[in-house]
Design a protein around this ligand. Structure first.
Ligand SMILES: Cc1cc2nc3c(=O)[nH]c(=O)nc-3n(C[C@H](O)[C@H](O)[C@H](O)COP(=O)(O)O)c2cc1C
Length: 221
């Protein structure tokens, strides 16, 4: 797979098979991700890789929190409002995701079931939790962490491992710190669910969209 192909065919996987990839495979992907560029080569990212029993417990406990309606308290605050055109894009991917699963507008039960699936990390057998030191400038460390995550997802894709970057995975950082023994000095920024994609599930094949190039590019010469 060349890089163009990898970039164009990677997509968020929202249904995983119940097979845990070899530890060495995940390790190799993370090892190569270290070559992501960062501000002044500061490499502000740290990762905690969770699988097996601890991941099972995490899914169980976060599902309980989601069901109880516990307020989400992420270390990096999530946007509550979006300007209209971004809101439209956000809603559009939500509609595409749900309707691929035949969950139509107004189907509250279907929606709730999907959100519980999300708390279960869509069945992913591995979760990579990405953190940055609290003492760092949030903006640039986030930029670096984002680049790291993209590298990770592309390399995983090349190795046949599906991924989903998940803000939803880090809604309850207190739970993560408790279960995974993570330091309070690290800000938990995102989770990346990893595993083999369920080829049969339509949530992994619906048509994705991007805005036209002309909408985002301006050449000056
Ligand atoms: C920072 C970030 C957080 C995300 N959080 C979630 C999430 O919590 N749940 C989810 O299903 N997808 C999540 N996504 C995936 C996006 O919805 C997805 O990348 C976007 O719709 C584009 O689709 P694609 O990745 O399939 O190309 C997240 C993506 C990013 C970059």
């Amino acid at each position: 797979m060349n890089l163009f192909e990898a970039v164009l065919t990677r997509r968020s996987i929202r249904a995983f098979r119940d097979i845990t990839p070899e530890k060495t495979l995940i390790d190799d992907i993370i090892d190569a991700s270290r070559w992501t560029p960062s501000w002044g080569n500061t490499q502000p990212w740290n990762v905690t890789v969770v699988q097996g029993e601890q991941l099972r417990r995490f899914k169980e406990e976060s599902t309980k929190l989601a069901v109880s309606g516990a307020p989400s308290e992420p270390d990096v605050s999530m946007p509550e409002k979006w300007p209209p055109r971004y809101l439209e894009r956000y809603r559009d991917v939500g509609r595409r995701t749900l309707s691929s699963l035949s969950i139509e507008r107004g189907d509250r039960e279907g929606r709730n079931a999907f959100y519980l699936q999300m708390a279960e990390l869509f069945g992913a057998p591995v979760l990579v939790v990405v953190t940055i030191g609290r003492e760092l400038s949030l903006e640039y460390a986030m930029l670096d962490a984002g680049a790291f995550i993209q590298t990770l997802c592309l390399l995983a894709h090349e190795k046949g491992i599906g991924s989903c970057i998940m803000a939803a995975a880090v809604r309850y950082p207190g739970l993560m710190r408790e279960l995974f023994n993570m330091s309070k000095n690290e800000r938990i920024v995102a989770g990346v669910a990893l595993g083999y994609r369920d080829e049969e599930n339509p949530v992994n094949t619906f048509e994705r969209v991007r805005v036209d190039k002309d909408e985002i590019v301006r050449w000056v010469e």
